[in-house]
Write a protein that binds this ligand. Structure first.
Ligand code: GDP
Ligand code: MN
Length: 386
């Protein structure tokens, strides 16, 4: 379950452009439109010609017909009409970006990302940018340059420039590209990104350099440092349950299985999912109720877990440290009063106030186990029986 540990926030192109512009990287003017009429108006504001681009959280829009040049506002209306509602790799297009139409002569690829193996930040650059960059990477990897940068010292501008001089048609453009890359790096570091990609970084007929497409991934785990970026989170990326969980302050990820999990602590939650799989079950969700023992959190957590129609059983696995088992037990009892629970609930409680918690549950006719293997095998058995 890598989803949580490396939770990434994908930005739309128009959102990525905003961040690039904030860091001084040249991007084309543009407006977001949700209807063909809005797109036509936007094209008019840009002087008539425009490029209409599907805004979906996936790549390859060009090849899927999601990027269309328009020679007039009426043309922009038609293009937007064709693109809005389109399905691109399972993503429905609800918005288009109406951008200034560029007269492109060269397309480069440029990105800043993390090289985990070498514990470095890397620049990836190619003169073969555009829609076929994956093919270039697979067939002619020599056309892609990778330059490492120490996360402590940052990039070496001279080293960067030495590579770019060979790649760009003039020394001037190589310097411009270096400036763009250093700004991408600054953005990458300052906003805790996981990827800042510009593909294509283009040269236009008048010789200027501009970011014609952009893709940024933010690290969700760093977002608390950047409250101003929270508005960029795209709710279409999350299930309704995940959105409810975020509002309740719970760390939750929807999964495909049938065993609902309520666990305290991310590490134990991961381990619990592994053990469920080990014994032949499959988790319906990841859920970390956190370290406090607020009974309301237990009620919120269970109510979200129980929304899942594929659910066959629930496993509550609590290792009490700061969390007190009796508070959790109280929360479970309150939840049982308030919620309509129609699947078996298997509870494992150990740690702080374990005895008090078990007594509380027992007095209400519920059993709390203390052994994790025992609890997991029970929950898998009840799923298989039902
Ligand atoms: P992607 O396919 O999702 O990566 O979308 P891009 O925004 O990268 O667009 C795909 C391709 O469309 C680019 O590689 C360009 O060749 C072309 N394109 C995008 N914007 C323009 C533009 O303003 N003018 C021209 N002539 N072509 C464009
Ligand atoms: Mn692109």
């Amino acid at each position: 379950m890598h989803g949580r540990k490396e939770a990434l926030i994908k930005l739309h192109e128009y959102q990525s452009r905003e961040l690039l512009a904030e860091f001084g990287i040249p991007v084309p003017d543009g407006h977001v439109a949700q209807t063909p009429d809005e797109a036509e108006l936007a094209a008019r504001r840009l002087g008539g010609k425009a490029v209409i681009k599907a805004q979906v959280l996936t790549g390859g829009r060009g090849k899927a017909g999601g990027v269309k040049p328009a020679q007039s506002p009426e043309d922009a209306h038609r293009a937007a009409d064709a693109i809005l509602g389109m399905d691109i790799k399972g993503h429905t297009v609800n918005k288009v970006l109406v951008g200034r139409l560029l007269d492109i002569t060269e397309e480069y690829y440029a990105s800043v990302t993390i090289d985990r193996t070498n514990k470095r930040i890397v620049f990836i650059i190619s003169a073969a940018g555009g829609v076929d960059i994956e093919l270039v990477a697979a067939q002619t990897p020599g056309r892609i340059i990778t330059i490492g940068a120490s996360p402590l010292e940052g990039p070496f501008k001279d080293e960067l420039l030495a590579h770019l001089i060979d790649l760009f048609p003039s020394e001037n453009l190589a310097h411009e590209a270096a400036a763009v890359l250093l700004k991408m790096y600054q953005l990458f570091i300052e906003k805790d990104c996981s990827l800042v990609e510009v593909n294509p970084l283009v040269i236009t007929r008048d010789g200027s350099m501009i970011a014609a497409d952009a893709k940024i991934l933010l690290d969700d785990n760093g977002l608390y440092k950047h409250p101003e970026l929270e508005r960029l989170r795209n709710m279409e990326e999350y299930s309704e349950d995940e959105t409810l969980a975020r509002k309740a302050g719970l760390s939750f990820v929807s999964l495909e299985g049938t065993v609902g999990c309520m666990v305290n602590g991310a590490g134990l939650a991961m381990a619990t999912m592994d053990v469920i799989k080990h014994f032949g079950g499959s988790p319906a969700n990841f859920l970390d109720v956190g370290g406090s023992s607020n009974p309301q959190k237990v009620i919120d957590a269970l109510s979200i877990i129980l929304r899942n129609t594929h659910l066959r059983a629930v496993l509550i696995n609590i290792f009490g440290g700061i969390t007190r088992c009796d508070d959790i037990a109280g929360g479970i009892l309150a939840a049982r009063e308030q919620l309509d629970i129609s699947v078996p609930v298997i509870i494992r409680l150990i740690g702080t106030n374990q005895q008090e918690g078990q007594d509380l549950l027992q007095s209400a006719g519920m059993i709390a186990k203390s052994d994790m293997t025992d609890a997991v095998t029970s929950v898998v058995e009840s799923v298989n029986k039902g």
